[in-house]
Design a protein around this ligand. Structure first.
Ligand code: F6P
Length: 409
């Protein structure tokens, strides 16, 4: 590659999205790329020419290692939707103008469905206007809902945090015994895909009987049936723990969280901000059954817990960034790097580059045949799929008793 490159981060952060930036950076350095720029706050900041030179922050292997252990988007993120090309050519021309100004040959964008739409729009514009610049997608999302790729970097670590925390919650919930029966409802992110909520199933093992039910957004949520189930469980055992997706919807299409708050915020992509499902349901359980009910919303914690990240996930996040640069160096554009599973036991996974048009804006949900017949659990297919993704640990670099991070000043 003769010119420079730029890497950006977009959408909800993950515990390992910085590992992908580390992968992009490391591959570029290996290839002798002169400058690796970072977009400050994704394409939104890039349009305002807000860039940094990654060499200012990464001064050797130790910093690469620290970056891999740093949660959130090191470069800053955004939820910015590229407008349709027709009538908005000046927005696209601006991107190419800034690329030319900094001699940027290739743009790498780490993100989920919405961010892959940005890669698609920009690579389509380049193709239509004979522009030489290249655009590559680097997958990332805790939601695990990108199609084509076997799974998405960020998912394994969030799943590991969720399964670990659910185990701890179950331990705690059991502590008072029959004298004080408690229902705990745990709300998990993932929008319209239940992959993350399904990870609650991984808590079950020799030392843990697991959650009592799992409610995915793939299934219509029936509030009355839910209350009846909790009432029954509460009458037969003293500890009831339920995992509920933030995206569960009732039969008329409304999210449960909307029942508590009609004025939910909506982002540039039309996604409603979901929160409060567990709190709403816990209040309802307490009011209708008289049982003590508690709500736990993992919220930000599930995507920021780099201290408990999966080593498999960290390595794969690095690899997709690294391989995106290699693919671009080989002349590829308008593609996303996918993770391709070759085996479960032992787990083996490689990468390839896939046409962005088949990926952008498509949401992949949990297959129906992996959900148990009662609709409230996952079968062994899910365990076989997800277990390898949470394996391994990478010790944090502890400073004054806390994990150290690499920060942009
Ligand atoms: O896109 C990933 C995600 O973490 C979703 O699971 C969640 O609904 C959403 O982001 C939350 O976004 P924000 O942090 O912008 O509220």
């Amino acid at each position: 590659m003769k010119g420079n490159i730029v890497v950006g981060q977009s959408g909800g952060p993950t515990a390992v999205i910085n590992s992908s930036v580390a992968g992009v950076y490391s591959a570029a350095k290996k290839l002798g790329v002169k400058k690796v720029y970072g977009m400050i706050h994704g394409i939104e900041g890039f349009l305002e020419d807000k860039l940094c030179d990654l060499d200012e922050y990464i001064r050797g292997e130790t910093d690469v290692e620290l970056l891999k252990r740093t949660p959130s988007a090191f470069l800053g993120s955004c939820r910015f939707k590229m407008p349709k090309i027709e009538g908005n050519e000046e927005v696209y021309e601006k991107v190419f103008e800034i690329m030319e100004k900094h001699d940027i040959e290739c743009l790498f964008y780490c993100g989920g469905n919405d961010s892959m739409d940005t890669v698609k729009m920009l690579s389509d514009y380049a193709a239509a206007h004979n522009k030489p610049q290249r655009f590559m997608g680097v997958p990332k999302t805790i939601d695990n809902d990108l199609p084509v790729t076997d799974h998405c970097p960020g998912y394994g670590s969030a799943a590991k945090y969720i399964a670990t925390s659910i185990k701890e919650i179950i331990r705690d919930n059991e502590s008072f015994g029959a004298n004080r029966p408690t229902v705990c409802i745990v709300e998990i992110m993932g929008r319209n895909a239940g992959w993350l909520t399904a990870a609650a199933a991984l808590a079950k093992g020799e030392d843990c009987h697991g959650v009592d039910a799992i409610y995915l957004p793939e299934k219509v949520f029936d509030i009355d049936a839910f209350i009846e189930k909790v009432r029954y469980l509460g009458s037969t055992k003293h500890s009831v723990v339920l995992a509920v997706s933030e995206g569960v919807k009732i039969a008329d299409g409304r999210y449960v969280c909307e029942l508590a708050n009609e004025n939910v915020l909506v982002d540039a992509f039309g996604h409603k901000q979901m929160s409060g499902t567990a709190a709403y349901l816990a209040d309802k359980v307490a009011a209708e059954t008289g049982l003590k009910a508690r709500a736990v919303e993992f919220s930000t914690l599930q995507r920021a817990a780099t201290h408990l990240a999966s080593l498999t996930d960290i390595n794969e996040a690095f690899q997709v960034g690294y391989d995106a640069v290699r693919a671009a160096d080989a002349g590829k554009t308008g593609m996303m790097i996918t993770l391709d599973r070759h085996g479960d036991d032992p787990y083996q996974c490689g990468t390839s580059a896939y046409d962005i048009h088949a990926i952008a804006n498509v949401e992949r949900t949990v297959p129906e045949e992996w959900i148990t017949e009662d609709g409230c659990g996952l079968n062994e297919n899910f365990e076989r799929y997800a277990r390898p993704l949470i394996m391994g640990e990478l010790s944090p670099v502890m400073v004054n008793g806390l994990p150290g991070h690499l920060v942009r000043k």
